[in-house]
Design a protein around this ligand. Structure first.
Ligand SMILES: C[S@@+](CC[C@H](N)C(=O)[O-])C[C@H]1O[C@@H](n2cnc3c(N)ncnc32)[C@H](O)[C@@H]1O
Length: 300
C-alpha cells in the first residue's frame, strides 16, 4: 500500500515499472457529496475536473485489454428533494475526456441500506430510500479481458428443478425471444449474473473492526463490502494479474485481490486508514508484506 495522494504517488518514477501492466483498476473515489466526509469531497465542476484528471495516468498504467471500474454513489441537491446529476456528469466526462469505452453499467443494490435522505424519505415521506451505487466498467478496448463464467450465480431451486426435469416452456416469448429447449436444459454450473448486484453492507463485527478497536484506530467511514471488488476481480482478471485501487481507504480491494491470488497496489493519503487496513490481513500475510505497507508497492 502506498501512502499519499494518488495524483502524486502514481506519477512517482518507481511506478513506471507498472506501466502497461495493470489488468484492473477498481476504485471507489470520494463521492461528490453535500455532507462532507472526513476525508473531504469536492463539489460541482471542481469534482468533475478532479476525477477526469486521473484518466491519463490510469490509462498509462493499464494493460491494453485492461479495465477501469469506478463506483460512485448518488448525491442530492442541498436542501431540496432532488437528485444531483453530478455523479453521472463526472463519469461521463471521465469517459469522454479519456477516450474510454463504456463496456457496461452496473448497479450495486444494498438491501440493508438505512432510509436516506432522511428529510425526504422518513420525515416528509415524499421520496423512496436511496439504496444503490452505480459502477461504470470502462476500457480503452471494446473487448477487454472478461469472462462471465467466473462470476456465475448458483441456480435457484426452481432453475435446478427445471434443468433436472428438462421441462422448459419453449417457444416464442412476448419479447419475440425464442427459447430453445436444448440450450436452456444444459447445466452450465450456474446462471449468468445480471448487472444488478445485490450486496448487503452490514458487517458489524469483522477482523478489520476488531483490529481497529484493539489498536484504537478509527474505522474508515465508507468501506465497501468485500464481495464487490471480489466480483469484478473474478470477472475481469486471472490469478497473477495486477489490481490497482488509487483511492484505497481501508484497502478492501487489496484484501479481495489477495484472497483471490492477484497482485495488488493501493494508494491512500490518510495514514490512520492505512494502519487500520492492516487488520484485513492475518499474521502470515503481514509478514509477507512487512516493510511494504507504507511507501513501496506490495506484492504477493
Ligand atoms: C470512498 S473512500 C474508499 C473506501 C474504500 N473503497 C474502502 O472500502 O475502504 C475514498 C478514499 O479516497 C481517499 N482519497 C481522497 N483523496 C485522495 C487522493 N487525492 N488520492 C488518494 N486517495 C484519496 C480518502 O482518504 C478515502 O479513504
Amino acid at each position: 500500500m502506498l501512502v499519499g495522494e494518488s495524483e502524486i504517488v502514481l506519477s512517482r518514477p518507481e511506478l513506471r515499472a507498472l506501466k502497461g501492466k495493470v489488468q484492473l483498476i477498481f476504485t471507489s473515489p470520494p463521492f461528490p457529496l453535500n455532507h462532507k466526509k472526513k476525508y473531504g469531497n469536492l463539489r460541482g465542476g471542481d469534482y468533475v475536473m478532479w476525477l477526469a484528471k486521473f484518466g491519463p495516468i490510469m490509462r498509462e498504467l493499464l494493460k491494453p485489454d485492461g479495465s477501469i471500474v469506478i463506483e460512485l454513489g448518488n448525491s442530492w441537491e442541498e436542501g431540496h428533494p432532488t437528485m444531483s446529476t453530478l455523479p453521472m456528469r463526472a463519469l461521463l466526462y471521465f469517459q469522454e475526456q479519456n477516450f474510454l469505452h463504456l463496456c457496461q453499467e452496473f448497479i450495486c443494490h444494498n438491501p440493508a441500506r438505512l432510509p436516506s435522505p432522511a428529510e425526504w424519505v422518513t420525515v416528509r415521506r415524499i421520496r423512496l430510500k436511496d439504496s444503490y451505487t452505480r459502477l461504470w466498467w470502462l476500457s480503452p478496448d471494446r473487448y477487454p479481458k472478461a469472462n462471465n463464467r467466473n462470476v456465475l450465480k448458483p441456480y435457484s431451486a426452481a432453475q435446478t428443478k427445471l434443468i433436472e426435469s428438462g421441462k422448459f416452456n419453449t417457444g416464442r416469448r412476448p419479447s419475440q425471444f425464442v427459447i430453445a429447449e436444448k440450450k436452456f436444459a444444459k447445466n452450465n454450473g450456474g446462471s449468468i449474473s445480471p448487472n444488478v448486484l445485490s450486496i448487503s453492507n452490514t458487517r458489524s463485527r469483522d477482523g478489520y473492526q476488531e483490529y481497529c478497536r484493539t489498536n484504537d484506530i478509527e474505522f474508515h467511514p465508507a468501506r465497501m463490502p468485500i464481495e464487490l471488488p471480489k466480483f469484478f476481480i473474478n470477472f475481469l482478471t486471472s490469478p497473477g494479474d495486477i489490481v490497482l485501487d488509487p483511492f484505497g481507504g481501508s484497502n478492501t480491494t487489496g484484501a479481495a485481490a489477495d484472497e483471490l491470488g492477484r497482485y495488488w497496489v493501493t494508494v491512500e493519503p490518510n495514514e490512520s486508514y492505512v494502519r487500520g487496513s492492516m487488520g484485513r490481513f492475518d499474521a502470515k500475510q503481514l509478514q509477507r508484506y512487512s516493510g511494504r505497507l507504507s511507501g513501496k508497492a506490495s506484492r504477493r
